[in-house]
Write a protein that binds this ligand. Sequence first.
Ligand SMILES: Nc1nc2c(ncn2[C@@H]2O[C@H](COP(=O)(O)OP(=O)(O)OP(=O)(O)O)[C@@H](O)[C@H]2O)c(=O)[nH]1
Ligand SMILES: [Mg+2]
Length: 338
Amino acid sequence: MSPPSGGGKPRHETPGRDPVALLERATTGDRVSLARLLSIVERGGPASRRVAALAYRRPPPYTLGLTGAPGAGKSTLTDRLISAARAGWPGGDDRPGEPLDQVAVLAVDPTSPYSGGAILGDRVRMQRHATDEQVFIRSMATRGHLGGLALAVPDAVRVLGAVGMPVVVLETVGVGQMEVDVASAADTTVVVVTPGWGDSMQANKAGLLEVADLFVINKADRPGAKEARRDLEQMLDLASTRSPDDWRPPVVETVATTGEGVDELWSTVAEHRAHLQASGQLERRRAERLGQELRRVLTARVLEQVQQVSGGSAFADAARALVGGETDPYTAADGLLG
Ligand SMILES: Nc1nc2c(ncn2[C@@H]2O[C@H](COP(=O)(O)OP(=O)(O)OP(=O)(O)O)[C@@H](O)[C@H]2O)c(=O)[nH]1
Ligand SMILES: [Mg+2]
């Protein structure tokens, strides 16, 4: 599954649009094919269904979600995490200390219409890895099909896994419901806050507390880190009474700009991963997420059907019959769906 590392990589001729051929080429390290597969998934429609049909039959990658308010330092932190991740999982793993072949980053911005790797800031902030053949960075935004990002992101993650990426870092901006949905598509969800009034409170209000497996107080070089930690620990004290899980989200302080605390963050992520594996929760969570995904696809399909039906002549007839007092909306709906 691993692509050839280093130089001497054969230059691939422009791949076509056939998902099977694209996936094959992407698996051997062809980034153009991988980018094309992700574009297909992002656009949605029949072609993306063919890609999903292949990707979901291969194992998923380990997904690390990073979410938090705009400017919290997620990209700077991701850049540092890439270096830590490339050194491998620290201990406890089947391949302890062995370098990870590849790392993929999916930067998701639900508030931006730009996409396809066009988020310049992310590129600049992860610049150190721009020339690393084994690091793949891609941005995704709202543009896309019915159901949007909530469908496209898990598909993209599966494509990255299908081509052999062992770890995918999912960076999501913001604090809304969509972000919570995307963040919770990860195996380990990291909520990034910064010192300063109300930031950790906002994480609580936005429902991020519910999905956080661990908290990072980034920009710990600024005043207020202690207070932020105290706020978070207090919220966790209250939350832990209702949590059936025996995992209390740790709070890690980092300075992403210098890399301080990043090794601790990475080893805490590894601890959480080991906890999920040992307790059988990894399988349970993934099964739950797949069920949720299936519900989303069903909802999107039913909505499509409603749009189709309500645009047809049978609908116009039924509406006229309603006006004429010849039927009722329930009987009419039964007729249209039948
Ligand atoms: N002082 C300080 N500044 C930081 C730290 N981490 C990041 N920054 C700065 O904060 C700014 C935002 O960093 P980004 O990494 O782009 O933050 P982000 O969360 O990815 O931002 P969006 O993707 O726009 O939501 C940059 O100017 C960083 O240099 C830190 O630990 N300390
Ligand atoms: Mg960013």
